[in-house]
Ligand binder design. Structure first.
Ligand SMILES: [Zn+2]
Length: 217
């Protein structure tokens, strides 16, 4: 074989190898497994199947102030995985998760505590909320028409009516809350007695409190 042919075959072989590797890189699924389960990630990079109603990125909240620069749902990777699994269960029944709040920087927690210093509704920033640890979500569900399911009170209603233990509600509302709780519990979350919308990832209770801002595009 001439030197020219040898180098042609060698180059061709190399090229084939490189292009097949490149194809493997394009398959993004294994990349997810390289992200540690405690890494903070943006939910939208892993699923487009959520409805966003991030109240703290608007003035429509109890602080009456826009405290987030943009409406992103940032959480630790393991929380994102559990939340997507829960959403898949809701989707099978014709519903989707609507998000009100996800990771919350500790500095925002301090602002909330100054307004509502009641641990039934706002965690003391000295201890830190599971929201500050990237393991809590505030959610509801919407039906196939995008209409929010009736949960009896709005999000951040600081009264007894928002409690899972409150009995003076219609059968329908009780059943809606029960449905939300059943799917979330099945997927590794704990409910919180005084707020029907709040769920803590059981595996995230002991993670570190964090105070960082996410990127806005
Ligand atoms: Zn919450």
């Amino acid at each position: 074989m001439s030197q020219f042919l040898k180098s042609f075959f060698f180059t061709g072989f190399l090229f084939w190898n490189i292009s097949s590797n490149a194809q493997n890189e394009m398959y993004s699924s294994p990349v997810k497994h390289e992200i540690s389960d405690t890494t903070f990630v943006n939910l939208k990079d892993f699923s487009k199947d959520f409805v966003y109603d991030m109240k703290y990125a608007t003035e429509d909240n109890f602080l009456k102030a826009k405290v987030y620069d943009c409406a992103e749902c940032v959480l630790r990777m393991k929380t994102v995985q559990a939340l997507i699994a829960a959403n898949n269960d809701f989707k099978k029944k014709g519903f989707k998760i609507k998000l009100y709040d996800c990771y919350r920087p500790l500095s925002i927690q301090k602002r909330m505590w100054e307004i509502v210093s009641n641990p039934k509704y706002v965690a003391d920033p000295k201890k830190g909320s599971i929201h500050n640890r990237g393991g809590a979500v505030d959610i509801s569900i919407v039906d196939s028409n995008g209409k929010e399911v009736d949960m009896g009170t709005p999000f951040d209603f600081f009264g007894i009516e928002a409690s899972h233990n409150y009995e003076n509600l219609s059968k329908e509302i009780k059943s809606n809350r029960k449905f939300l709780k059943k799917i979330m519990t099945k997927n590794g979350f704990n409910s919180f007695d005084s707020e029907w919308w709040h769920y803590n990832l059981k595996a995230g209770l002991k993670d570190k409190v964090s105070d960082q801002n996410w990127k806005c595009e």
